[in-house]
Design a protein around this ligand. Structure first.
Ligand code: F6P
Length: 385
């Protein structure tokens, strides 16, 4: 599709879960690349489009008017080049991906994504010599070596508004409402939205919770005249018991445990030994246990993909434009194999090998935890500050 030209050329793709701001970032990368006389080819549906050679030329008119649009005009997928399902068979497609990039004479592949994407991009460079450049995208805000990832601010706004709205209905009915937020490995979104929305209890994956601590907290609130409680729960939050069980299986037999967990997950809501199994979602179980132990009626709300939908906030649009144009400058000067991260007030290149494979979790003693504790929020266990 690319007409032979002496023009410099780069590729771009969006991979992993989508989020608001991807189009704003594509626009910024493309416009600043164009400014430097570099042509931009967009690959469809993440790394799969590169392997299957499905692409489009991102001319100026294509990337105009998309700043405010949610989702990604390129489409996305969770496919990995080194482990791709090709018609039912899982294959290593790294060589095909690199050959396609070479055929199009791409100098560099710009990858917009979260932790999985950072790792996949780094492997394409390390194992197959393809020059890459990445931007940090995720509503989970858990990409390493950057103060913030784009998409987080928008998700934070959506989740905070949801928690605000739950307050009025919880108050009217004197209920407990458990609100489940995204975040399997890191609790930034639940913690941030919980603080901003004034949740009474915040449960995150980094701090295993004691159900009795939560029950005591809710009962104390009730006795002091506060007749409702809002709980912001990250989807990866675990009880102390669950965390201990997981730690045991992880240490003793990681591979076997993984297999077993996977089988369990696959059989959930499906057939197991001829019986239909319906596993109770974590958030429902917590609400049920709290209702039983406190005697207070409990309800649940799962925000799910609403948190990843719609138009990006002004803060995300600004961040995407800053990250994308910094990427454009780096491409112009052939500064590849880095991620553009945010450090304080600046967008700076950071070593991709230090990003790949690292999850940025909420560290013990983080200022947000301290702030939450100081305003009287229960963090699920005694003594967290
Ligand atoms: O984008 C990251 C994330 O939002 C996680 O917090 C969440 O667990 C996951 O994506 C859901 O992914 P999917 O849309 O593939 O179900």
């Amino acid at each position: 599709m690319r007409t032979r030209t002496t023009k410099r050329c780069i590729g771009i793709l969006t991979a992993g879960g989508d989020c608001p701001g991807l189009n704003a970032a594509i626009r910024a990368v493309a416009k600043s690349a164009h400014h430097h006389g570099i042509q931009v080819i967009g690959f469809m549906d993440g790394f799969r489009g590169l392997v299957e050679n499905r692409s489009m030329l991102l001319e100026d008119r294509v990337v105009s008017g998309i700043l405010t649009h949610g989702g990604t005009l390129l489409g996305t997928s969770r496919d990995k080049p080194h482990k791709m399902n090709m018609g039912g068979k899982v294959m290593d497609m790294t060589n095909v991906a690199v050959a396609n990039a070479k055929r199009l004479q791409l100098e560099c592949l710009v990858c917009l994504g979260g932790n999985g994407t950072q790792k996949n991009a780094w492997q394409l460079h390390k194992n197959a010599g393809l020059d890459v450049l990445t931007l940090p995208k995720t509503i989970d805000n858990d990409v390493a070596m950057t103060d913030i990832s784009f998409g987080f601010d928008t998700a934070l706004s959506i989740a905070t508004e949801a928690i605000d709205r739950l307050h009025t209905t919880a108050t009217s009915h004197h209920r407990i409402i458990v609100c489940e937020l995204m975040g399997h490995a890191a609790g930034w979104l639940a913690l941030g939205a919980g603080i901003a929305g004034g949740a009474d209890v915040i449960l995150i994956p980094e701090i295993p919770y004691d159900i009795h601590e939560v029950v005591d907290f809710i009962l104390t609130r009730r006795h002091s005249g506060k007749r409702f409680s809002i709980i912001a729960m990250a989807e990866g939050a675990l009880s102390v018991k669950e965390a201990a069980a997981l730690a045991k299986t992880d240490v003793r037999a990681p591979a076997a445990a993984k297999k077993k967990n996977q089988a369990k997950a696959e059989s959930a809501n499906g057939e197991e030994g001829g019986h239909l199994m319906i596993r109770e979602p974590k958030v429902n179980r917590l609400a049920r246990e709290l209702q039983e132990l406190t005697g207070i009626e409990a309800r649940t709300t799962s925000l799910g993909h609403v948190q990843r939908g719609g138009t990006p906030t002004p803060t995300d649009r600004l961040l995407c434009t800053r990250l994308g144009t910094t990427a454009g400058e780096l491409l112009a000067s052939r500064h590849f194999n880095v991620m553009v991260g945010v450090k304080g007030d600046a967008c700076v290149p950071v070593p991709l090998d230090e990003v790949a494979g690292v999850v940025r979790r909420v560290p013990a003693g983080h200022e947000w935890l301290h702030a939450a504790a100081r305003v009287g929020t229960c963090l699920g266990i005694h003594g967290v500050e």
